[in-house]
Each structure stands twice: as C-alpha cells, then as structure tokens.
Design a binder for this molecule. Structure first.
Ligand code: ADP
Length: 405
C-alpha cells in the first residue's frame, strides 16, 4: 500500500511516501521510500524543491505558476528516471494530510469531502496561517491525483478533543464558549504518537498509564495523558498559550496586552508580531529562537541568553508540575521534538527540582544521545523517556487503518 503524507505549511510543504504491507502495520516506523520538501520563500518568485530517496538526492528550483504546478512537479520526481520510486503517481493508494485545526467537530481522522474542506476553510478563522496552507495542499493533490484517490485529514487538535470541560473552558464570559473561544490544544499528532510509543517502550498498557508528553520544538507544548487521552494541555485557543517557545511568548498576563493597546502605539498586527515572532528565547536573548545558538552565547558569557534559558526552564518545570497535579501522579515523562530530543541540558534542567515527584535522571544516559529510550535512574519511581516524534508515520498509520476499514 503506497501512502503519501503531506504536511503543508505557509511557506513550505513536506511530503513523504511509505510503502506499507497490506496485512499488518510494522511496529517500528519504516523508512519512507521518498521524501520531498518544497520551500516558497517570501518575496521571491521561485520555489525550491529538495528530494531524497534511496538512489537520489535532488535540489532544483521550480517556476510553477501555482502550488498545484509545483506539487505536480514534485510528484513527477517519484516516477522519474532518476528516482523510480513508483512507476507513476497513479499508484498512490491514499494521501494523509496534517491539518492544524479541526475545531470542535473533528475528534478523529476524517476522509476529506467537499464538506470537510469547507469546514477546514471555515476554521481558518481560528488558524489563519495554517488551515489555508493545509487546504492549499489538499487542493494541489486533488488537482494532480484526481478525486478518486482518497485523502484523509489528520487533525492536530483531535487528540485533545476529549479534554474535560473544566480544562477547556476559559474563565472569561460564558459567551466566549458559545463563540467557540475555548482551549483546543495543538501538536496532538505528536503527543499521541509519543504516548503510544511510550507505552510500547515500557511494555505497559496505555490504558493504565499517566504520562506527561513534552513536545519542545520551535513551538512547545505539554500534554497530560491519562488512559490514552489528553486530559490537559498547555496550548489553548491558539498555539500561543502556555510554555515559553522559540519566538513565541507563551502565557503572559493579558493585562500587559491591555496596557500596550491603551498606550496607543501598538496595533493588533504589531502585538501579533511581538507575541509570535519577537518573544520567547529570541525576544529575551536578542540572539535567536534556536536553542543551539542560545547555548553558544551562554558559553560566551551572554547574560540575556542565560536569562532566556532560565525562564524557559522555570516555566517548563511549572508546566510539568501542573500537569502532574491534574493527572494525580505520574508514571512517565516524555521529551520529544527538536529541543526535547537533542538538548540534554534542557531535559536535565527541567527535571532538576522535580525529584519530589519521583523524577531522577541518569546523567550519563541523558548525555548519551538517547533515542527512544529511558534515561531515568533504575531506582526512580517515574520513567523519563526521550522519543523521536514521527508525525508523518503517525499520519501514514491513520491512512493505513482507514483503507483497512
Ligand atoms: P518545529 O517546531 O519547527 O517542527 P523542531 O521540532 O525540529 O521544529 O525543533 C527545532 C528546534 O530544535 C530548533 O530551533 C532548535 O532550537 C532545537 N534544536 C535542534 N537540535 C538541537 C540541539 N542539538 N540542541 C539544542 N536544540 C536543538
């Protein structure tokens, strides 16, 4: 079964093709046959396509008139003489799309129909950057492959769709809730994958586990997972709430926003920019949103870089503590995504001070580039796992299950 996975963002589109056996899903994620990325840099006409397969690495500039044309060119590389991953794009059995916002309607992955597309477009109201890009990806694939090839939407909000009411209703006026202003939560594909993988690595039944999954990339969020469902999460109505992130502030006192708006020199767009692009590690350090550069600056004695990391860790620990309280205890803490998987000092710093929860990490294991492994000390009450998140694979699995059904 050939499964194409597409993750379409505002200025880039990542895709990969899996070849999966018909009868049963492999336990460990297989390597995709082919991976491609198109970048549409702002302010330029061209697009850049990178393709990787067993036989080929390709980088070319595209000059298509539209996303569909660039996507068609990308799909041609699947069957071109150089790659020959498949004989022709018609061999693709199903396509899975990451869709950021599924609102209150979509609790599970869904076959894309005109009604689902209309809902994704409607929800762009809540996710103005992501949902239109996701829809453009769906339409580009539809244009190339035709309507017969099933396309599945896998929503980033779905894993959090069973949050208890008290966790998703904001304590503002009740009318907010009626207007759809509530906590939705994001990164759900990753949180769910990590929760399932954690149960697999621990050899335990997910139903019996209380987990905190820490997705720490450019965007950062925590999920409290009980019996396989997210029961609390730090991101909210938008991906801006919660932890301090690369360039996003995370939670700040809303009174600050009222103060800035009252002063009169801050428009809504400027506020949006400040909170989403000029805050977090970047805003405090004045250096970068990339933690690797923050570490370098700390080594060189840069005080604001040190402060940025201190705030990041302070808020991460506080978030983990809050999630543990709502779970009523903890079996495993999971670190994933760019920072969570690679930054040993962040894992160590987050766990420091959480010994009272039964968390203690083995520093040798923590520093030994762990991947899908337990880094807790043998005696600790709580397991601490580092898991390589595989969102594409999680989407491919949903597609496989859909076709099997
Ligand atoms: P995204 O959230 O955009 O999907 P990732 O999950 O790939 O991104 O995370 C990207 C971030 O991971 C980078 O900005 C950087 O801060 C961090 N990162 C990646 N590798 C390392 C590393 N070796 N050490 C520290 N941080 C890292």
């Amino acid at each position: 079964m050939k499964v194409l996975v597409l993750n379409a963002g505002s200025s880039s589109q990542k895709s990969c093709l899996y070849d999966l056996p018909e009868d049963r899903l492999p336990e460990a994620p297989p390597k995709p046959l082919w991976e491609a990325q198109i970048d549409w840099p702002h302010g330029t006409d061209g697009a850049y396509l990178k393709v990787k397969s067993a036989h080929l690495k390709l980088e070319v500039t595209l000059f298509g008139a539209s996303r569909s044309e660039d996507t068609a060119r990308m799909l041609e590389t699947l069957s071109s003489g150089e790659t020959q991953v498949i004989a022709h794009p018609g061999q693709i059995d199903i396509v899975g799309h990451r869709v950021v916002h599924g609102g209150e309607t979509y609790r599970d992955s869904t076959r894309i129909t005109p009604a689902v597309k209309a809902a994704i477009a409607r929800l762009a109201h809540f996710a103005p950057v992501h949902n239109p890009a996701n829809l453009a990806g769906i339409e580009a694939l539809e244009a190339v492959l035709g309507p017969e090839v099933p396309q599945i939407a896998v929503f980033d909000t779905a894993f959090h769709s069973r949050l208890p009411t008290a966790a998703y209703v904001y304590p503002g006026p009740y009318a907010w809730l009626e207007a759809g202003i509530r906590r939705y939560g994001f990164h759900g594909i990753s949180h769910r994958y990590c929760a399932e993988r954690a149960a697999q690595l621990l050899g335990r039944d997910l139903e019996q586990l209380r987990l905190i999954t820490c997705h720490l990339g450019n965007g950062c969020s925590l999920a409290a997972v009980q019996a396989g469902f997210s029961i609390d999460t730090t991101m909210g109505f938008t991906p801006l709430e919660g932890l301090m992130m690369g360039s996003r502030s995370g939670s700040v006192d809303p009174g600050i926003l009222i103060h800035l708006l009252r002063q009169g020199d801050c428009s809504v767009d400027k506020l949006d920019h400040l909170l989403n692009q000029a805050s977090g590690l970047e805003g405090i350090s004045g250096i970068s949103n990339d933690l690797r550069l923050i570490f370098e600056a700390i080594e060189a004695g840069h005080a604001r870089a040190r402060l940025a990391l201190d705030i990041y860790l302070h808020r991460l620990r506080a978030g983990i503590g809050a999630m543990a309280a709502n779970l009523g205890g903890l079996d495993a803490l999971v670190f994933t995504a760019g920072v969570g998987e690679n930054a040993a000092p962040v894992r160590a710093g987050a766990c420091e001070g959480l010994e009272f929860l039964g968390i203690a990490i083995d520093h040798h294991k923590n520093n030994d580039r762990p991947k899908d492994t337990d880094i807790a000390t043998a005696a600790a009450a709580v397991r601490v796992l580092v898991i390589h998140t595989q969102e594409d694979w999680a989407i491919a699995r949903e597609c496989w299950q859909h076709l099997r059904r």
